[in-house]
Design a binder for this molecule. Structure first.
Ligand SMILES: [Cu+2]
Length: 119
């Protein structure tokens, strides 16, 4: 009987330790994450996938959504992991101009015809 009480005590301790860690982890991610919007040139749906793919599987970036009509991207990211300027560099490297970083002529020229936005 004594060992059973001991075991349940241990289980309780383990569960609360896990729970505490989980809530600390969640608090960290929610408080650190930031959402920013900025201009990104582009024309079509293909541009949208190029731009968003450039930010996919990038550490620190949670989500991105480029609006074809507004020519604006909304990015949710962790500024302690990746800086906004680095995000703009990734988009420029894919061939698209942002408000701060422009794509190189080489990258721009590499875009498919339908994606060659006016500069
Ligand atoms: Cu396009």
């Amino acid at each position: 009987m004594k060992s059973l009480i001991h075991l349940s005590g241990l289980l309780f301790w383990m569960c609360s330790a896990v729970l505490t860690q989980a809530s600390v982890g969640a608090a960290f991610t929610t408080s650190a994450v930031k959402t920013d919007s900025f201009h990104v040139s582009g024309n079509c749906g293909m541009c949208k996938s190029h731009i968003e793919d450039a930010l996919k599987n990038v550490k620190g970036i949670e989500s991105s959504n480029w609006d074809k009509e507004a020519k604006k991207i909304t990015v949710t990211y962790d500024p302690s992991v990746i800086r906004l300027l680095e995000i703009k560099q990734l988009i420029a490297a894919a061939g698209y101009d942002t408000d701060e970083i422009k794509a190189t002529a080489e990258r721009y020229n590499g875009l498919p015809g339908c994606c060659k936005y006016e500069r």
